[in-house]
Design a protein around this ligand. Sequence first.
Ligand code: GTP
Ligand code: MG
Length: 542
Amino acid sequence: MSEVLEDRRFQEWLRRAVGEDRADELRKSLDEFAQREKPVITLFGAFDTGKSAIARRLLVDAGLDVPEWLTISARHETFESRHVEVDGYVLQDTPGISDPDVDLPTDLRAEVNTRQAMDAIALTDVACIVVNPQLPTGERDQLLALIEEGWIPGSLIVVISRFDDAGANPLYDLDGYRDRAANKVAELRRSLELDETIPIHVVVPDFEQVAGASSSPDPTVWDESRDFDGMSDLAAAFSHVATRDTRALRAAAVARFWASHVRRALLSSEAELEDLEAGLNHAEGLIKRRDIQISQLDVLDAAARVSIMGAVEDAINASVRRQSVSAEGIQSSVDHVLETWWLRECAALDKLASEAGVTFERQRERPGWQVLTQLFEPDAGPAAKDGQRKYAGRLGGVTDKVKSSFDAVKKLEEAAKETPKEASGGATKAVANASKSVPKVEVAVHALPAIVELAGLIEDIVQDKQAAKRRRERRDELHKQVRGIAQDAADQALVSWQHEVEATRATIAESVGIDDEQVDALKTSVDEVRATVVAGRRLMAI
Ligand SMILES: Nc1nc2c(ncn2[C@@H]2O[C@H](COP(=O)(O)OP(=O)(O)OP(=O)(O)O)[C@@H](O)[C@H]2O)c(=O)[nH]1
Ligand SMILES: [Mg+2]
């Protein structure tokens, strides 16, 4: 009862960790396995250790046909886990596993093979671990983890294969060969921490490759090696499994199945969490920088708005003091002032945008950016060991926006590639150059009389106090009108300015390559995966 409960908890957790589809797939494969009447023995180990050669030898010696799929060669040879019935048991041949640190990150085939083999070994009554005479190195950790998986007595068998490669020729020095075999067995027992109850066979399934790649050799080709090749003992050990209580083996297999998938999924969830946290960390740093730059932009904008008013007013006042006041004179002096203002302020904008470009370009060179792009890339990133796509599914599930954001990130990456070092602000230069012509501003001509009058008033020498007061009032009023003209001109210029500010704001936001919504999606993912990891750890501690 408690086992059933435990299985259910494992299954529920797996649904959460690897998704419904994968969990259903696992459930289905377990059901198929559970229906097999005969016990399943699985050959498992690194590639090229002679697993398929062992299977062929057992079949040929038992007078059975060798299925077409059972091929033998010095390359990665087996790509799928397949079953063949031998002597009261079902033999499962699997692809060779690879060292996750050496082969997996680069070699997709090695990755797929390993995953297939891992799936197969999670669905077996008996495991037969096959190693070569050099003993496991790269795959040692995977084997150690497998050995810990709760094998009931008699359900774990270890084989050192191809022992004619070990350096002692049994045809000339059988004692030397046997000594060497005994030493290897002891060494392997220590290395894989195997106690005496776990049998270790030393075998030569195809002495000096006499059968080579042949699919159906005559069994007599191995007659020369039968005295020492250990294959009849191994065949007897396998056949013995068929005489055992299959129900006990099966119950243990089912329990191992869920626990082993939970363990594997937990390992990849932990790795995923680490990547997601690194990605989030980087993303939050980018957003913080972006916010600083946006607030600098706001300050610059406010200052520019204040300064334009004063500048235009000064320009008009200056033309008033000239000898002859004309519409053209005022226009050209306003034009001049505006141009100076515009060039100065736009240069400040460009500087800001360019700083943003440089900042974020630098950020893109940091490892955190790689993590981040991987998180959003639909097809990139290593597949998790248990077959799920590591991130894309998860982030895609959180929000569609996140998925589409990949395009934006990709574009930025490409832009960064196209404009290498000289591109300090390369992305922003385009914006800086575009549409930055000085805005054309029309000074209201109908206001010219007021300005001319003002000019006249300024020149007058005032004697009479009353008249002086009236003129001062008139002058103030005219000044007001002039300020109105200035305001009008400034407002016209500010329309263009507003465009520039918004374009710069967009440039800064785009340079970041990530937006708030994406950061929120990342946060949600981190929380979700963290909760899954915590629950998984709790489950494994049962
Ligand atoms: N010397 C010697 N070579 C062997 C023996 N058994 C197999 N080989 C050779 O070892 C190579 C690998 O054999 P396979 O049986 O294909 O190995 P595998 O473990 O099934 O390999 P994968 O399917 O890639 O995982 C082949 O070139 C075989 O001819 C043996 O007993 N002695
Ligand atoms: Mg093979």
